[in-house]
Design a protein around this ligand. Structure first.
Ligand code: NAP
Length: 295
């Protein structure tokens, strides 16, 4: 059995992602000797206790991080600046401060300047999730076979990066390092834009006249259903993601709108070849995903 990575791991936010980390760390004794949990929601904290996700529960963030050698922020990214303010002065020297936020330049901007000297800042983003939220939604296999991207700022202690990478490998994830700017551009196209489209298309369907809206629900299986699953995601989390990856998301949206216009033109002028070509490209991307076991 490999050595336990951290003596005390504190999770700030015990929703889908935080509780999934807690569950893996509970199942495997080589991640953390002790798990401390903080959440600003008393209901989430009570639920975490009932589910026995941690060893200790603290309604005070500063007290929760004291003495921890690893702290992971698992709240929505819009809350990170306030959390960092609250905990910065209480982090142990040599501790690793990490997070799971879906946008990474914003984390460097909001948390980076508050990290005390001697604390190692290793931002991370597991590319795994579901449309559910809260402590009951997590499960220990969530990260298995999925990517976790680390975006440490230049000059970060390599041993600290290595320990965080090892934590994620022990959850079953595959780890890669990436620059935060690149991360945000990649995620804008593979995750943030698809969510924006899903939320928008559900709104469009909901705006339709009453009798059509009923049929949308009745016959949803024809394609709309897949959008509704994505659109069922947490509003706070997605509000924060969109507002904290504004530039990259708007750039990808502009490109998408141009391509959608080109498709509209092909439909209008009966350009069957163009339409077939786009569908074929979609099929090819799906086949590649299946081959890479990311489908
Ligand atoms: P979640 O299930 O909604 O859980 C977030 C928890 O954090 C909630 O209990 C929330 O309480 C709490 N919280 C909010 N503000 C806080 C604060 N200031 N201090 C302490 N706790 C706070 O969210 P999640 O899906 O686990 O997402 C957490 C993070 O993971 C986000 O940064 C998200 O971008 C990232 N992420 C999500 C996914 C995904 O698919 N869901 C995937 C990868 C990464 P309240 O409910 O009372 O606000």
């Amino acid at each position: 059995m490999p050595e336990t990575l951290f003596r005390r791991l504190t999770l700030i936010g015990i929703g889908l992602i935080g509780s999934s980390i807690a569950r893996v760390a509970r199942e495997r004794s080589d991640i953390a000797g002790e798990i401390v949990i903080h959440d600003c929601s008393p209901a989430a904290l009570t639920r975490a206790r009932a589910l026995e996700l941690g060893d200790r529960y603290d309604a005070d963030a500063a007290a929760a991080v004291a003495g921890a050698d690893a702290v992971i922020l698992c709240a929505p990214v819009g809350a990170f600046a306030a959390i960092a303010e609250e905990i910065a002065g209480h982090l142990a020297p040599d501790a690793i401060l990490s997070d799971v936020g879906s946008t990474k330049q914003s984390v460097l901007r909001d948390v980076g300047p508050l990290v005390p000297a001697g604390v190692h800042f290793v931002p991370a983003h597991p590319l795994a999730g579901t449309e559910h939220s809260g402590p009951d939604a997590g499960f220990s296999a969530l990260f298995e076979g999925r990517w976790c991207l680390l975006t440490p700022p230049p000059g970060t202690d390599r041993a600290a990066v290595g320990r965080m990478a090892e934590l994620w490998r022990r959850t079953g994830a595959m780890v890669e390092e990436m620059d935060a700017v690149h991360h945000d551009r990649v995620l804008a196209i593979v995750s943030h834009l698809p969510h924006l489209i899903a939320f928008t298309i559900c709104g469009t369907a909901d705006d339709l006249a009453d009798e059509t809206r009923q049929e949308v629900l009745q016959f949803a299986a024809t394609g709309f259903r897949d959008f509704t699953r994505i659109a069922a995601s947490d509003p706070t989390m997605w509000r924060d993601v969109f507002l904290n990856n504004r530039e990259a998301l708007l750039e990808m949206l502009a490109r998408f709108l141009e391509d959608a216009q080109a498709m509209a033109r092909a439909v209008r002028w009966g350009d069957g070849g163009y339409i077939e070509d786009k569908v074929n490209r979609g099929r090819k991307i799906r086949r590649n995903l299946i081959e890479l076991k990311q489908a």
